[in-house]
Design a protein around this ligand. Structure first.
Ligand code: 13P
Ligand code: SF4
Length: 367
């Protein structure tokens, strides 16, 4: 409609005026009207790298959610401005692990495993040359939690490198505390051969996370109780239905889906893996996808020679990703043209320093 066309034009005019001074990054879950203006579109790992590839730009406008913009600010040049067009674009999963709860869990674990919670993060200082617990945070977490991992010998992972990161962690430690997403942690560790009995859940509201001593002693991966409300909706019944209706259908899902769903799928991986899976499929293929619907619909439009649909028949957008409306993108870009910065995301220096340590470990372990 006319309003949409006007916004499209305003965004393009502002971008053209700004030229190389600005780079617009867009996550795959963004709506089409945003993706149309993005200089880079990718999964959360690719976008973290994209932030590094444009040190010449004065501003990085991040069309994604808050933790992604924070990560860009941590990795960006110091005077580069990172902008989140709508500050209300958070991630409910990231909010499920707060710093205080994780700090408390760390104290409990230190007592259970008999280590100094503020002790050395060098494995060589521990019996057997291994840290008692290595904290691993999913990218979908606050900068404070990435900093926590940086301070305690831990690391960050994304859905595209979780396995490589867990291998890194197991080399350095006896066990892993994985947060916030229980499903990514469980699915990845299971694929690596860790038995389910060795993956207790940690409920921060209960003493010892709701576990007994024996369970904790046997633990290899301690899983935080977080989850993604979008990916939690996918079920094996939906997969059964798709297989019944479309014999030969291929099912690909995001690893934030519950374990039975990942087990029943033909493939699981990050949004980039899903994109690649669709691109590589033969013409005429039928593909059912378990991830955010904006991305699924875009893939369907990009591949008219394939039948592509979302496993969840009820629309399942990520409501916070959707909060990046073109109106906000126009507003922040026009602000930059006028010399005004709106919605800058700035991580505190001390937090950023430690968070960078954990992010750099990830970039080194899984380039
Ligand atoms: P990706 O790392 O696969 O892009 O996923 C990010 C995300 O938020 C998925 O819900
Ligand atoms: Fe967070 Fe889920 Fe949205 Fe990804 S899809 S940003 S994990 S709420």
């Amino acid at each position: 409609d006319a309003d949409e066309a006007d916004l499209y034009r305003r965004i393009e005019v502002a971008k053209e005026t700004l030229g190389d001074r600005v780079v617009v990054l867009g996550h795959y879950y963004q709506r089409d009207e945003i993706v149309a203006h993005a200089d880079f579109v990718g999964d959360s790992f690719q976008l973290a790298n994209a932030a590094l590839t444009r040190p010449d730009a004065e501003a990085i406008v991040f069309c994604g959610v808050h933790f992604m913009a924070e990560t860009a600010d941590i990795l960006a040049r110091e005077d580069q401005q990172v902008i989140l067009p709508n500050l209300a674009a958070g991630c409910s999963m990231a909010d499920m692990a707060d710093e205080d709860s994780v700090e408390e869990a760390w104290l409990d674990l230190a007592e259970a495993y008999g280590f100094d919670p503020e002790g050395s993060d060098d494995p060589a200082d521990y019996p057997g040359g291994k840290l008692p617990v290595v904290p691993v945070t999913y990218m979908n977490s606050s900068a404070a939690l990435k900093a926590f991992c940086g301070r305690h010998g831990g690391i960050v992972c994304t859905s595209s490198n979780a396995r490589t990161v867990l291998e890194w962690a197991f080399e350095r430690g006896e066990r892993v505390l994985f947060f916030p997403d229980q499903h990514l942690g469980r699915n990845t560790a299971k694929a690596m051969g860790v038995p389910l009995e060795q993956m207790p859940m940690w409920n921060p509201r209960k003493p010892l996370g709701g576990n007994d001593e024996a369970t904790l002693q046997a633990a290899t991966v301690i899983l935080w109780h977080g989850f993604c409300s979008v990916h939690r909706r996918f079920t094996t019944a939906q997969i059964d239905k798709a297989r019944a209706e479309y014999p030969g259908v291929q099912v690909v899902v995001h690893p934030e889906c519950p374990m039975p769903v990942v087990d029943a799928a033909d493939a699981a991986g990050s949004t980039e893996l899903i994109r690649q899976f669709v691109a590589d499929a033969e013409p005429g293929s039928v593909i059912a996808i378990g991830t955010e619907v904006n991305m699924v619909n875009r893939l369907a439009a990009q591949h008219p020679d394939k039948t592509i649909f979302c496993l969840d028949p009820v629309i399942c957008p990520c409501s916070t990703m959707y909060r990046i409306h073109p109106g906000y993108l126009a507003w922040v870009l026009e602000g930059l043209v006028a010399g005004e910065t709106h919605n800058r995301i700035e991580v505190d220096d001390d937090v950023a320093r430690h968070a960078r340590t954990a992010l750099e470990r990830m970039l080194a372990a899984a380039p």
